[in-house]
Each structure stands twice: as structure tokens, then as C-alpha cells.
Design a protein. Structure first.
Length: 317
């Protein structure tokens, strides 16, 4: 009988430098690890989570769902620029009802970048809108440029990562800060970290910028520390209350390369900000603008359009 191999350290790769990662966390850097048994367990765990959430009554539930109208949702379209040059477009869909949420972001390069280095990505997260912050259950990421593919699957419960798969695997380097079991506990995925239930903060958003977001992206564990910067009047349709601007700092915790120039740059970088707005229909706070100084210029992600769909459906007799 072949000997069973012991669980190895973790599989990991550079966090994808995508608009999705940028909008979600302001900095996706470094690498991590994942047990060799992890890919299969992750797929099974995610499948179980999805099935348990989607199949409360098997065939009966399926037929009932088919009879229901589409769930209300808010759609946001973002433009992404680097050093003032348009580089990508992104579409975010947020659905929140009965303390549950789902968020889906799709992005692709645009303009000359799309011609010479086209890439696209798809990120999704779902879970419960907790009183203090979201409690994710699933997170997936898939991105690529036709040659390289990046994939992440997380199954979560109670703020802890129960199973994870992150591909491709990382290069093991001397400066890699290893992940420990505690780095997968009391965390948020990058997309869920961008959301906050309306009931979780004062109507004026005064608590939005007094938070630290503990993020695990499948490769790395890092914090985004927010602090108050300014408040602006709201002049846009689809949102209610003021516009809240937070200063942000990237704090690597584990899974990153300590000596990498990007890690050092982002750790010292004070030119990060996240602007939040309260979606009127969905009753959640989301970023409508993110600004991050990078090694090659300022990257900006800004919402151009906000539209609520399906909230005012006529009642059936």
C-alpha cells in the first residue's frame, strides 16, 4: 500500500494584479501556500456549501425558484485607469436581501491595453450580512490573459476558511512569510471586504473609516487599515446619504515576500484612499472610487454608472 504523503505547506502564487483585486482591497500582493490535498477538498467543500445554500428542498425548491422573478440587484459600472490612461472596465452586481448578499464582479482590459495585452477576470462572493461585517461562505476568482490562468476557490464559515484552492502554485523563496493556521481565521475575502450592511453603521457612515479589514485572498493574509479622511455631499442618483472618503494603508501579515520591492513600496505607501457610498435600494455601503499610487503611476477605479434593477416590481394579484 502506498504511503500517504503528509500535508505539505500551502500552494500559492502572486496575487493577480487585476482591477478586481484593486477595487476589492487596494493591494493584492505576495504569495501563499496550500496543502497538496487541498484542491480536491476545496472543490468538494465549495460544492457542499453551494448545494446546502441552494437546495433547501431539492426539486420543490427548484420549481419554486423558477416561478420567482429575478432577484433585485444594483449594478455598478467602473472605469479603471493607470497614470491617467484608461486600461479596463468592470461591472459589479450586488444583491442583498434578508441578511444575505451576493456580489459578482466582471472586468476586462480596454483600449490599447486590450489590443496588446488583453485580459479578463470574474470574481464572486456570497454570504451573510452580519451586524458588524459580512460573514462570507464562498469566494471564487478566475482571471487570465489567454496564456496564464489564475483561479481561487474559498469555502468559509463563521469567518474562517475551511477549504482553499489557489492556482498556480507559488515559487518558494527565502523571503516568503509562511502562513499559519491562525491566518485563515476571522478573515474576509477581498470582494466581501468591500461591502458593509447599512444597519452596521450610522446613517452618516461615520464608522466606515474606523475599521481594519482582515483579508485572505487565497494566497496572502493582509490588513487594509482605514481611517477618516473627509465627507462629501451626495449628488448622484442611486445612492443615499453622504459620500465617505477613507485613507487606507496596506499591512502585510503572511504569505507575502518580505523583501520584494512591491511589498516594501506598498507597505510604505500613504497614497491610498477608498470612497464609499450607500446604495439606496440594496442598503449596503460599497466603494465608488479607489485610488492607489503604484510603482508606475496612480491607479484609479471609479464608478461611472449606478442602476437598481427589480426593486419596484408590481405585486401579482
Amino acid at each position: 500500500m502506498p504511503r500517504r504523503r503528509p500535508a505539505a505547506a500551502v500552494s500559492a502564487a502572486d496575487s493577480p494584479s487585476s482591477p478586481a483585486s484593486l477595487a476589492a482591497s487596494s493591494a493584492s500582493l505576495g504569495r501563499t501556500e496550500c496543502p497538496r490535498e487541498c484542491p480536491l477538498s476545496a472543490r468538494l467543500a465549495v460544492a457542499v456549501v453551494l448545494l446546502s445554500a441552494a437546495l433547501p428542498g431539492a426539486a420543490a425548491a427548484a420549481s419554486a425558484k423558477a416561478a420567482l422573478p429575478p432577484a433585485p440587484e444594483t449594478r455598478l459600472r467602473y472605469s479603471v485607469s493607470l497614470a491617467g490612461i484608461p486600461v479596463a472596465k468592470a461591472d459589479l452586481t450586488v444583491s442583498a436581501a434578508a441578511d444575505r448578499y451576493s456580489s459578482h464582479l466582471v472586468w476586462r482590459t480596454s483600449g490599447l491595453v486590450d489590443v496588446f495585452a488583453g485580459a479578463k477576470g470574474d470574481v464572486a462572493a456570497s454570504g451573510q450580512l452580519g451586524a458588524r461585517r459580512p460573514v462570507p461562505t464562498t469566494y471564487t476568482l478566475a482571471s487570465g490573459d489567454g496564456r496564464k490562468a489564475v483561479k481561487v476557490m474559498l469555502a468559509m464559515a463563521g469567518g474562517a476558511v475551511k477549504a482553499a484552492e489557489a492556482l498556480p502554485p507559488s515559487r518558494q523563496t527565502p523571503d516568503l512569510v509562511p502562513l499559519q493556521p491562525q491566518h485563515r481565521v476571522d478573515v474576509l475575502d477581498p470582494l466581501s471586504a468591500t461591502l458593509l450592511a447599512g444597519k452596521a453603521d450610522a446613517p452618516d457612515g461615520s464608522g466606515l473609516c474606523r475599521r481594519t479589514l482582515p483579508i485572505f485572498d487565497g494566497w496572502t493574509r493582509y490588513d487594509i487599515r482605514l481611517s477618516p479622511k473627509t465627507t462629501l455631499p451626495n449628488k448622484r442618483a442611486g445612492i443615499s446619504g453622504p459620500i465617505v472618503v477613507c485613507a487606507a494603508r496596506y499591512v502585510p501579515v503572511a504569505g507575502h515576500r518580505a523583501e520584494h520591492k512591491v511589498t516594501r513600496f506598498m507597505t510604505d505607501n500613504e497614497d491610498l484612499s477608498v470612497t464609499f457610498a450607500h446604495l439606496e435600494k440594496a442598503d449596503v455601503w460599497v466603494p465608488i472610487r479607489v485610488s492607489v499610487r503604484t510603482l508606475v503611476g496612480v491607479a484609479e477605479v471609479e464608478a461611472d454608472q449606478i442602476a437598481a434593477v427589480g426593486y419596484d416590481q408590481p405585486k401579482t394579484p
